[in-house]
Write a protein that binds this ligand. Structure first.
Ligand code: IYR
Length: 230
């Protein structure tokens, strides 16, 4: 039977999937090369003020937005901020929350767990990085009549998109950090987001300051993180 370029499923068009099959040798090489690339990724907290072109940020966001999502609802908005006054406002509000967290909301145990990372309530990266990308999750959509429409697996979907954004940033030779000021509601206010959006994650994006030091930590081994059933 000839291969059709498209078929109909439940009255909806399905198009032919563009396969990218590699030989076993290439498969092994490519998966290892990608591991080596991502194994170099580190969360970086110190940024150079070197600018990053807007079109790069646009491409990174487009990449993240290719993520799979529940019923393909793509329940996310990526807000990209380079405006200095806005970055300052975000820093001030984040540091106010972080001060509360570090001084009273976080447990002794939590603070101890963070000691190796060297984090504290001060967040200069929120002003130093040329861009901040704030990911908002859409807890529901709003249709043209203003009615709420359900989204599915929102946290999973937005989490996957965030991971893909982090991967894309690293692949571009830039650095980022998953910053989670808590609570984060000030971000929706400062950015004037609609009522169906909640801040999910804040990522500064830029070049690292030189030199930059990162914690001397190791990743768990394959044996520790996996179990094969063959
Ligand atoms: N949100 C705070 C605290 C913090 C919490 C964890 I868990 C980290 O891995 C790092 C920091 C902050 O951003 O400093």
């Amino acid at each position: 039977m000839a291969t059709e370029s498209h078929i109909s499923v439940n009255g909806h068009t399905h198009v032919l999937y563009k396969e990218n099959a590699l030989s076993q040798d290439e498969l092994i090489k490519q998966s290892e090369a990608f591991y080596n690339l991502l194994d170099e990724r580190r969360s970086v907290r110190e940024y150079a003020d070197t600018p990053v072109p807007k079109e790069v940020i646009e491409m990174l966001i487009k990449t993240a937005s290719t993520a799979p999502s529940g019923a393909h609802k793509q329940p996310w908005t990526f807000c990209a901020v380079s405006n200095s006054e806005l970055k300052t406002k975000i820093r001030e509000a984040a540091e106010a929350e972080e001060k509360e967290s570090y001084e009273s909301r976080m447990s002794e145990r939590w603070l101890k767990d963070l000691e190796p990372m060297g984090t504290n309530m001060y967040k200069p990266f929120l002003e130093d990085a040329p861009w901040l990308i704030i990911i908002f999750k859409k807890v529901h959509d709003i249709d043209t009549d203003g009615e709420k429409v359900k989204n599915y697996y929102v946290n999973e979907s937005v989490g996957i998109a965030a991971g893909m954004l982090i991967t894309a940033i690293h692949n571009a030779g830039l650095v980022t950090l998953t910053h989670t000021p808590s609570p984060m509601n000030f971000l929706a206010k400062l950015l004037g987001r609609p009522s169906n959006e909640r801040a999910f994650l804040l990522l500064p994006v830029g070049y690292p300051k030189t030199p930059t030091y990162v914690p001397d930590i190791e990743r768990k081994s394959l044996v520790e993180v996996s179990k094969f059933y063959e």
